[in-house]
Design a protein around this ligand. Structure first.
Ligand SMILES: Cc1cc2nc3c(=O)[nH]c(=O)nc-3n(C[C@H](O)[C@H](O)[C@H](O)COP(=O)(O)OP(=O)(O)OC[C@H]3O[C@@H](n4cnc5c(N)ncnc54)[C@H](O)[C@@H]3O)c2cc1C
Length: 246
């Protein structure tokens, strides 16, 4: 059920500083998102349905598409973090944002968010991993990239996929859609995911596209291993660090 907007909605529109200037030079387009609905499916997950300020009429919001959101740090400064648009609804002009909660300004904003709240966002992002309908997908991620991985599997059910997921256990919300042609391996965090993913890539069908979205160090290690050890062409490797260990 969609809740009534809160009588005292808040807006996160901080001064953007040097990061804002850089994003502007790169040609980022600005939006203002409005929270329409909130769900709390688990202690460490908040889902928000947001109005996308007309984005879906202008842009192809492919699976894994993300926005830079401008949170406000306790100091008042801009704190830019990326979040994935899940289940876009072109008719309604909305999508869901799914926040895996931990310590942090973005997580805190999600914890306190309520219908009617607004937050500024900038569109400036990467490449569509499923644009060329790859023969197979190798999707490697964790809590931060789970929304992107699950949404890709739901929206492109015809593409066979192997998923390797770092899963701390007890995170029931990290359930993947049931579908044909899907192999899933769950691994404890901080362990063997890079080596396991390289092994899986070594036996994957020709034309496999790899989507790698882990913490910084394993993302770099896997991205380099996929190209140098497995020999995947760089156009078939979509690797981006989704977070940095503090
Ligand atoms: C393209 C892209 C798309 C993303 N999509 C999503 C998404 O849909 N949902 C989502 O939840 N996240 C997503 N992320 C990750 C999210 O942007 C980061 O986790 C971000 O650092 C959170 O900001 P924060 O202000 O809460 O914490 P920060 O201020 O960045 O960090 C505070 C502390 O929390 C730790 N931390 C940060 N992120 C994590 C994490 N994921 N797991 C464990 N510890 C962490 C840091 O090491 C630090 O110690 C995405 C990132 C990218 C690059």
């Amino acid at each position: 059920m969609v809740a009534e907007p809160h009588p005292d909605p808040r807006t996160s529109a901080p001064k953007r500083g040097i990061n804002g200037a850089i994003v502007r030079v790169w040609g980022g387009k600005d939006l203002s998102l409005t929270v329409l609905e909130r769900e709390d499916p688990a202690e460490d997950l908040v889902r928000l349905r947001v109005d996308l300020d007309g984005l879906l009429a202008r842009d192809d919001v492919y699976p894994t598409y993300w926005l830079r959101l401008w949170f406000t740090a306790p100091s008042g400064k801009g704190h830019q973090r990326a979040y994935t648009l899940v289940s876009p609804d072109a008719e309604a002009g909305t999508a869901w944002l799914e926040f895996y909660l931990h310590e942090g300004t973005a997580s805190d904003w999600a914890r306190g968010s309520r219908p009617g709240d607004r937050i500024e966002a900038t569109v400036l992002n990467g490449r569509d991993p499923v644009a060329d309908s790859p023969a197979h997908l190798l999707l490697v991620g964790d809590g931060a990239s789970f929304p992107a991985i699950a949404d890709t599997l739901r929206r492109r059910p015809e593409i066979p996929a192997t998923v390797l997921l770092e899963d701390a256990g007890g995170q029931d919300w990290m359930a993947l859609p049931e579908r044909a042609g899907l192999t899933v391996r769950r691994l404890a965090p901080g362990g063997a995911i890079v080596e396991e993913a390289l092994t899986a890539a070594g036996t994957a069908p020709a034309g496999t596209v790899a989507f790698v979205a882990l913490e910084g160090a394993p993302t770099r290690a896997l991205s380099s291993g996929l190209r140098r050890r497995v020999g995947l062409p760089k156009e078939q490797v979509h690797a981006l660090a989704y977070w940095k260990r503090g």
